[in-house]
Design a protein around this ligand. Structure first.
Ligand SMILES: NC(=O)c1ccc[n+]([C@@H]2O[C@H](COP(=O)([O-])OP(=O)(O)OC[C@H]3O[C@@H](n4cnc5c(N)ncnc54)[C@H](OP(=O)(O)O)[C@@H]3O)[C@@H](O)[C@H]2O)c1
Ligand SMILES: *[C@@H]1O[C@H](CO)[C@@H](O)[C@H](O)[C@H]1NC(C)=O
Ligand SMILES: *[C@@H]1O[C@H](CO)[C@@H](O)[C@H](O)[C@H]1NC(C)=O
Length: 354
C-alpha cells in the first residue's frame, strides 16, 4: 500500500514537472527520466537513512592542535560539521563567499556553549579558479600543516550558467574547484599526515551519482545539451572517481594522506530550493529528511574516526563503508577523468606547484 502510494506520488510529481516546463519534447523526455530517477534514488536513500540510523554516531577523543579546512559552511551541513569539529577542539579554516557571515558564526557558536576550537575565516568562491588559488596561498602562509580537507560547498540543479573560467557552474563548484583546492593544499596535507594517523581529504558527494548509467569524460563540460539533473549527478560521480584515484595514488607513492567520499543522507537544507518536490510540498523535507545536524555526522566520521585508518578510497553512508555505483570502480575511467581534469585546469603534476 505504502509503495503503491509512493509510486503514484512519483508519477504525479513527474507529470507536473513535465507540464510546467514548456520545452522541446526530447528534452522533456530526458528531464522527466532524471526526475523519476532522482525521486527513486531519493526515496531509496531516505529508506537507507532510516534503516541505518543506529550507526550514525561518532565517538572519538578530542583532536587538539589539528587543523581542518572546509569549503562553504555558513549554512546547511557544513555549518553543523564546523560545530562538531570545534567541539573536538579543532582549528577550523572556513572558506566562504561572505566572510562577514562566516565570522559572525563564531559568536553564535560561543553563545551556544561551544568553548573549544578556533575558527579562521577567508574569502573563497570555489567556482572561480582564481579565488581558489588566492585562498590556498593565504591558508598555506599561515598554517604549515593541514590535517583535514573537507570539500563541502555544493550547488544542485539550476539553469545553465557558465563561470568566469567558462565551466558549467555545477561542475565548477562541486568538482573542479575542489580538485584544484586539493591539488594546491596537497603538500600541506602531506606534512600533516603521519605514518599512524594519516591526514584526510573528505569529499561530500551524493547518492545522486547513482542515477547515471554511463559517464563520458569529455562530456563533463555539458556545453551541447545541458540537463540540470544529469550535470549534478556527473559532478558527484566525478568526485567519487577522483576520490578513488587519488587515494590509490597516495598509497602507491606512500604518502600519508587518505581520501574518502561521503553521502550525508537526504538532508533538509536550502540545496533543495527550486526543486519540484520543494515547490509542490514545502512541508515534506522537514517531515521526512534528516536534519543538517544528523547529516553532518557522517562527514565528521569520515574525517575523525579511527575505524577508517588505512581505509581510504571508500564511500561512506551513515558512518558505514558502502559500495558506490559500479562505474566508479573502473580504473581506466578514474585515470581518464584525472588526466582530463588536470588538462582543464592546466595542472602539470598533481600536488606539485611552483
Ligand atoms: N542536502 C542533501 O540532501 C545532500 C545530499 C547529498 C549531498 N549533499 C552535498 O552536501 C554538500 C552541502 O550541501 P548542503 O545540503 O549543506 O547545501 P546548502 O545548505 O545549500 O549549503 C551549501 C553551502 O555551499 C556553499 N557554496 C555554494 N556555492 C559556493 C561557491 N561558489 N563558493 C563557496 N561556497 C559555496 C554555500 O555558501 P553560500 O552561503 O555562500 O551560498 C553553502 O554554505 C554539497 O556538496 C551537496 O552536494 C547534500
Ligand atoms: C575529491 O577528492 C580529491 C582529492 O581526493 C579532490 O582533488 C577532488 O577535487 C575532490 N572532489 C570534490 C570536489 O569533492
Ligand atoms: C531557500 O528557501 C528558504 C525558504 O523559502 C529561504 O529562506 C532561503 O533564503 C532560500 N535559500 C537560498 C540559498 O536560496
Amino acid at each position: 500500500m505504502l509503495f503503491i502510494g509512493g509510486f503514484l506520488v512519483i508519477v504525479v510529481l513527474t507529470g507536473i514537472a513535465i507540464i510546467r516546463s514548456k520545452k522541446p519534447i526530447n528534452l522533456i523526455f530526458t528531464e522527466a527520466k532524471y526526475e523519476v530517477l532522482y525521486n527513486f534514488e531519493g526515496a531509496r536513500s531516505m529508506w537507507q537513512d532510516i534503516v541505518m540510523k543506529k550507526y550514525n554516531n561518532i565517538e572519538v577523543s578530542s583532536k587538539s592542535g589539528r587543523i581542518a579546512v572546509i569549503s562553504g559552511g555558513t549554512r546547511g551541513i557544513g555549518l553543523e560539521v564546523i560545530k562538531l569539529l570545534l567541539k573536538h577542539d579543532i582549528t577550523v579554516i572556513l572558506g566562504c563567499r561572505n566572510t562577514m557571515q562566516g565570522e559572525a558564526l563564531l559568536t553564535v557558536f560561543r553563545e551556544s556553549g561551544i568553548t573549544t576550537g578556533k575558527l579562521d575565516v577567508y574569502n573563497l568562491d570555489i567556482s572561480v579558479m582564481d579565488s581558489v588559488k588566492k585562498f590556498a596561498v593565504l591558508v598555506k602562509e599561515k598554517y604549515p600543516k593541514i590535517h583535514y580537507l573537507i570539500n563541502n560547498a555544493g550547488i544542485m540543479f539550476g539553469p545553465y550558467v557558465e563561470t568566469r573560467d567558462g565551466f558549467e557552474s555545477q561542475l565548477a563548484t562541486n568538482y573542479l574547484g575542489h580538485f584544484l583546492l586539493s591539488h594546491l593544499l596537497f603538500s600541506h596535507l602531506k606534512s600533516g599526515g603521519g605514518k599512524d594517523v594519516k591526514s584526510r581529504i573528505v569529499n561530500v558527494s551524493s547518492c545522486a551519482h547513482n542515477v547515471l548509467g554511463e559517464f563520458t569524460v569529455e562530456d563533463i563540460s555539458e556545453r551541447k545539451h545541458y540537463i540540470a539533473g544529469h550535470a549534478y549527478a556527473q559532478s558527484k560521480l566525478a568526485q567519487i572517481l577522483f576520490t578513488k584515484y587519488l587515494d590509490q595514488y597516495c598509497k602507491n607513492e606512500k604518502m600519508n594522506v587518505q581520501v574518502h567520499a561521503v553521502h550525508p543522507g537526504i538532508v533538509n537544507t536550502d540545496l533543495f530550493n527550486g526543486t519540484t518536490l520543494k515547490s509542490l510540498a514545502p512541508w515534506a523535507p522537514s517531515l521526512f529528511f534528516k536534519t543538517p545536524e544528523k547529516g553532518a555526522v557522517s562527514v565528521v566520521y569520515a574525517c575523525l574516526s579511527e575505524d577508517l585508518e588505512e581505509k581510504g578510497g571508500t564511500y561512506i553512508v551513515n558512518c558505514q563503508i558502502f559500495p558506490a555505483s559500479k562505474i566508479t570502480d573502473s580504473l581506466q575511467l578514474q585515470k581518464n577523468l584525472f588526466d582530463f581534469t588536470k588538462g582543464l585546469l592546466s595542472i602539470e603534476d598533481f600536488g606539485v606547484y611552483k
